[in-house]
Write a protein of this length. Structure first.
Ligand code: HEC
Ligand code: HEC
Ligand code: HEC
Length: 445
């Protein structure tokens, strides 16, 4: 048997830990003790300024393993000893994945039994990562970014699922090293995530929509900015395979594919320059994608010129249909009526509840991203994707009616979140946006 060592990424219960609501209070108390014990205080003051949900949990694990995976110039020490490292062998039993592909079981060992219950009716998918283990420091070979500590032991059988180009390249007998955060580390991350969350400017309001890559910007400067600030995650060639990507979910975007979630252009058209500038400036909340408002304006426009040059031809075509946004001027007395109409559309004509879950008046009927289709959705890059928690979750673009209206109108390219520009009227989209924005603000945090 060839001694191939695969890098594996575990999403487990299809991202449940990412979108789902969780009770941070118990962990937060434990985490505070650990935080102090680990002498984080040597360098940090508490509370750490507005760190809550600034990044996703995935970013924190990468940062705690080796801070330089996500912040190349970091002087913070890593805490790799706070992770479990478990070598496992791919077994020969095959399983069917939700998308119809096949996956292999992994052989049961005492170590694994401390992490999984091997309940045969539930599968926990381990994803083979495109990142070569050779490029990773300290012999890192795999990662499980979810709660797998004894108290929070996950129920189910681990199954290795090789996606896309790696399909057929994982074979029975191959060795995989799984890495999972130990309980104290999980508690520290829960503690950080429970801290105060910063108010971010609305995505749309960051720059004038007509702005273009400015003339002083250059691809040459952009390349330098990219190498210093972006390549750790997006990879030197822009295909999303930087060393940190092993830890991250959602994965850093493949910038060559030219598919963007946040834009003000219709269906499959490219984003405007202003759209890219908005995202690079503001980042994507609760993911690893950081905001770079600290970079000089010229550096930001230059890096945009550079990432556009990486995209494949089709994605380079300038957009033709720009979204024109007319935010209605509503009399405050009619707002409730519009929200009610939005709620009726959410579960009726628009069927948002298929993915996002029920929607309804009572607390247990809120759309927490757990609709009937939620567990089988995949993105264009072959990873499962979880519908956003619309009642209290962090929305990546923002939770103002305008931001939500843009999401409903344009959809999120590369994900199952569809555009409704053709199927709902403008008024209907605004009504749903008022409803979702209100839900999110009423039940948030
Ligand atoms: C020797 C000093 C030192 C120690 C000890 C230390 N840090 Fe840091 N930390 C830094 C420095 C320097 C930065 C800024 C660079 C970076 O982001 O890595 C930082 C950044 C961070 C950030 C990112 C803040 C932001 O807003 O981007 C987090 C989160 C963090 N540390 C958590 C921790 C935790 C948790 C511990 C203990 C387990 C810890 N740190 C221990 C020096 C330290
Ligand atoms: C610490 C890792 C990390 C760094 C550093 C990083 N990114 Fe990202 N980036 C991500 C992740 C993860 C995503 C995908 C988030 C998602 O899809 O929800 C992303 C997504 C993006 C997107 C797609 C936005 C969209 O609308 O879909 C762009 C553009 C982007 N990054 C550009 C950059 C640029 C330019 C830099 C450097 C200035 C940078 N990123 C630095 C992790 C990173
Ligand atoms: C086929 C499944 C599906 C349907 C139907 C659907 N969504 Fe989504 N939606 C998703 C997924 C998946 C995401 C998460 C994408 C991501 O984070 O990359 C999402 C994300 C969102 C977001 C969060 C955007 C952000 O900034 O993070 C909003 C708001 C949203 N959907 C609203 C709606 C509304 C309103 C409807 C109905 C008009 C709807 N969705 C219908 C799958 C769906």
């Amino acid at each position: 048997v060839k001694p191939i060592v695969w890098v594996v990424f575990l999403l487990g219960l299809v991202g449940c830990q990412l979108g789902a609501k969780r009770d941070l209070s118990k962990n937060a108390v434990l985490g505070k003790a650990v935080f102090a014990e680990e002498k984080c205080f040597q360098c940090h003051t508490m509370p750490m300024s507005q760190i809550g949900r600034k990044y996703g949990d995935d970013w924190h694990y990468a940062h705690l393993w080796d801070p330089r995976l996500v912040v190349p110039s970091s002087a913070m020490p890593g805490y790799p000893n706070e992770f479990f490292l478990i070598k496992v062998v791919v077994g020969s039993k095959t399983y069917m994945t939700p998308s119809g592909g096949s996956a292999y079981g992994i052989n049961r060992t005492p170590n694994l039994e401390s992490l999984f219950s091997f309940n045969p009716s539930k599968f926990i998918y381990l994803y083979v990562s495109d990142v070569s283990w050779k490029t990773l420091p300290n012999g890192l070979k795999a990662f499980l970014p979810m709660s797998l500590s004894p108290e929070t032991k996950k129920d189910g059988t681990p199954v290795v699922w090789a996606r896309g180009s790696l399909q057929g390249r994982v074979n029975p007998g191959d060795q995989i090293t799984l890495i999972a955060p130990q309980a104290p580390l999980e508690e520290s991350v829960a503690f950080l995530q429970g801290q105060e969350t910063a108010e971010k400017p609305d995505w749309f309001d960051i720059v004038d929509s007509k702005s273009k890559v400015v003339s002083g910007a250059s691809i040459k400067l952009g390349k330098k900015v990219y190498e210093e600030n972006c390549a750790v995650c997006h990879g030197t060639r822009g295909i999303g395979d930087g060393p940190a990507s092993l830890f991250l979910y959602p994965k850093p975007r493949n910038l060559v594919s030219g598919e963007y979630k946040f834009k003000t252009t219709l269906s499959d058209e490219s984003p405007t320059d202003a759209d890219l500038y908005r995202t690079v400036t503001r980042g994507m909340a609760n993911t690893a994608m950081p905001g770079r408002s600290s970079l000089p304006t010229r550096a930001r426009w230059s890096v945009i010129a550079y990432i556009k040059s990486l995209a494949r031809d089709r994605a380079k075509r300038p957009p033709r249909h720009l979204l024109v946004i007319h935010e209605p001027e509503l009399a405050p007395s009619t707002l409730a009526e519009h929200r009610d109409r939005g709620e009726a559309l959410f579960v009726g004509k628009a069927k948002c509840n298929d993915c996002h879950g029920p929607g309804g008046q009572s607390q247990d009927k809120l759309p927490h991203g757990d609709g009937p289709s939620a567990l089988i959705l995949q993105d264009d890059w072959g990873y499962p994707i979880h519908p956003a928690d619309l009642a209290g979750g962090i929305l990546k673009r923002g939770n103002s009616p305008k931001e939500i209206y843009i999401t409903i109108t344009t959809g999120m390219m590369g994900t199952p979140m569809p555009p409704y520009s053709d199927t709902l009227t403008d008024e209907e989209r605004w009504d749903i946006a008022y409803y979702v924005s209100h839900l999110n603000q009423t039940h948030g945090k």
